[in-house]
Design a protein around this ligand. Structure first.
Ligand code: AMP
Length: 216
């Protein structure tokens, strides 16, 4: 299955993509994760992308399209993948169509996770992850059972994304509405868009997505 996860920052794209990765044996392809790695390793793309990421702006299409294009050629994707955070604007969506066509692949569905803006700033600015196993937490909504100790692996080290602060999140939301939300119409007109209610609890959102995919 070839899927795209659409939705504003904090909608739960990454969380749901990780669940589908396990339930459907797909590979999660997060352009945000790839770019953060490139920044940490100070590669040529990473150095170019760092300032835009810090400000909550989009990184240039050229960089993200090249990054995804190279990744789609890897053999581990034979059973399918979930694009998480790509495409982010019309140019990227058209580039993705061209890439898939050239590789003889067809997108099965675009999952759009709908969440109202009001809750997103709180959701994103409070989130953090275990530095060792990557389990996600939130300052008020999902704390570890024992303060400062990861429930899953026992590590006491946690990390926060540099762009998960209230000011940058507001900018990321503006960018989402201006650049990314138009993709809803783009994919609806192609009959690919499957919308789910991202305000529901995490398990319920997963159930909605699984139902949409079973029917696709
Ligand atoms: P994310 O982890 O998806 O929230 O992405 C974090 C940041 O990486 C974004 O705010 C952008 O600066 C950059 N980024 C991720 N994916 C893309 C993309 N498809 N196009 C442009 N910039 C991106």
């Amino acid at each position: 299955m070839k899927l795209v996860m659409l939705g504003p920052p904090g909608a739960g794209k990454g969380t749901q993509a990780r669940r589908l990765q396990d339930s459907r044996n797909l590979v999660q392809l997060s352009t945000g994760d790839m770019l953060r790695k490139a920044v940490a390793e100070a590669t040529e793309y990473g150095i170019k992308a760092a300032a835009a990421m810090k400000a909550g702006e989009l990184v240039s299409d050229e960089i993200v399209i090249a990054t995804i294009s190279e990744r789609l050629d890897q053999p581990d994707l034979a059973n399918g993948f979930i694009l998480d955070g790509f495409p982010r604007n019309l140019e990227q969506a058209e580039a993705l169509d061209a890439m898939l066509e050239a590789k003889g692949l067809v997108l099965d569905a675009v999952i759009d996770i709908a969440v109202v803006d009001d809750v997103l700033v709180d959701r994103v600015s409070g989130r953090y992850t275990c530095a060792k196993c990557g389990k996600g937490y939130h300052d008020t909504m999902e704390k570890p059972a024992t303060d400062g100790v990861c429930d899953k692996c026992g590590s006491t080290e946690f990390k926060r994304r540099a762009d998960d602060n209230a000011e940058t999140v507001r900018n990321r939301l503006e960018v989402y509405h201006a650049e990314t939300a138009p993709l809803q119409d783009y994919y609806r007109s192609k009959g690919k868009l499957k919308s789910v209610d991202g305000m529901a609890d995490i398990d319920d959102v997963t159930r909605q997505i699984e139902e949409e995919l079973d029917a696709a």
